[in-house]
Design a binder for this molecule. Structure first.
Ligand code: PLP
Length: 372
């Protein structure tokens, strides 16, 4: 494993001196490169692909500006995210809103976006009068997948979306209220690294559009397969093959075009983790080492800084600046009075002492966002 002596060309020791610890930092070059790669992979396979960055993955305003400067829109899930997208100068048609259980006030902010993906039929009642953007429903595909149960967002246990059987009624009711510009949406889970999964979800969504929207004699303006594009968190994990994913998704779109006559459909995707995940680092310092039932390495960051391990058992690789060779297993933990405040229980780790700098990798997505 490579030692993180530099991040984005900056020496970690300089950063520590400037900011103290703990802190999150991001490699802007990596963020830009990830955003470019996902956009180009999809647009090569399906030219009419619109990418909307899922701000919830990391709403840092500088990151949102960086990502959306290059033709990528913003998918917002809260009023504050709409504000961040606006401040990053995203025009309305490049802002989309995908929330759940929104209040009427939430929808006032959502209406500043050019499209809203509704999570429920009842949400129609809470939309502000005069909303004139594109309307879409999030369909629960009846199945979901994610790298941890806590990030599976489709299937019987998920709180998101409406079942396919309810979709025709949902669109009919929206039609009766005067809406004519429709999209259709799903998001079945996060951190998936199998291309075939995205193809299966696209096929489902195409069929859902045929069932729910085409009977109204209205053409859907977009099919939105959400995000969920995974990244490896462990050395032995293979990355998602983006080119293959895009190819398989485009194949489904073409097949649907041939079946339905709708050959000019826009594909929307909402990547979050795939853009920022591997570009973020959490830099911490060793506060104490204890030889107890095992070797405990205490850090000045805890589950209040990086929640994913305690929340759903997520794993983040950790490296010690300047120390490469493991001497045996260690448990890395924070200083909260909770026994769940353990990042990892048993990883091969070098000999460390108070003051050593420990860097957690792949902390760009869903990390800082749970720490404030
Ligand atoms: N879109 C929606 C509706 C989501 O709920 C999420 C994450 O949960 C995303 C996009 C981004 O997912 P990911 O970061 O896995 O790409």
């Amino acid at each position: 494993m490579e030692i993180n002596a530099t991040i984005g060309g900056c020496a970690v020791s300089d950063l520590v001196q400037a900011f103290g610890t703990p802190f999150y930092c991001y490699d802007a070059g990596k963020v830009r490169e990830n955003a470019r790669r996902i956009r180009e992979s999809f647009q090569k396979a399906w030219p009419d692909t619109a990418v909307f960055y899922a701000i919830k993955a990391n709403p840092h305003p500088r990151l949102v500006s960086l990502i959306t400067a290059d033709g990528i829109g913003a998918d917002c899930a809260a009023p504050l995210e709409v504000l961040i997208a606006e401040r990053a100068a995203n025009p309305r048609e490049r802002r989309m809103y995908t929330g759940n259980y929104e209040s009427r006030d939430d929808f006032v902010a959502a209406a500043r976006c050019g499209a809203i993906n509704l999570d429920d039929i009842g949400a129609l009642e809470r939309l502000p009068v005069g909303y004139d953007g594109i309307l879409s429903f999030r369909i629960n595909p009846g199945t979901g997948r994610g790298s941890h149960p806590g990030i599976v967002t489709g299937g019987p246990d998920a709180k998101f979306g409406i079942p396919l059987e309810a979709a025709p009624d949902a669109y009919r009711r929206a039609y009766e209220r005067g809406f004519r510009r429709f999209g259709i949406h799903l998001m079945a889970g996060s951190n998936n690294r199998e291309a075939a999964f995205f193809a299966a979800m696209t096929r489902f969504l195409c069929d859902a559009a045929a069932t729910a929207i085409l009977p109204l004699e209205v053409k859907p303006l977009y099919l939105d397969i959400g995000g969920g594009f995974g990244i490896p968190y462990r050395d032995e994990e293979a990355p998602l093959d983006l080119a293959k994913t895009a190819f398989l998704v485009a194949q489904e779109m073409r097949a649907f075009g041939a079946r339905s006559g709708l050959e000019k459909l826009t594909l929307r995707i909402e990547p979050g983790r795939a853009i920022v995940g591997d570009a973020g680092y959490l830099v911490t310092r060793v506060t104490a080492v204890k030889e107890g039932t095992r070797r405990f390495v205490g850090l000045d960051a805890g589950m209040n800084t990086l929640l994913r391990p305690a929340l759903y058992g997520a794993f983040h690789r950790a490296e010690v600046v300047g120390k490469e060779h493991p001497i045996g297993p260690a448990a890395l933990c924070g200083r909260l009075c909770e026994n769940t405040d353990i990042f990892v229980n048993d990883i091969p780790f070098p000999a460390v002492a108070e003051g050593d700098i420990v860097v957690f990798r792949d902390c760009g997505a869903y990390c800082a966002t749970k720490a404030f």
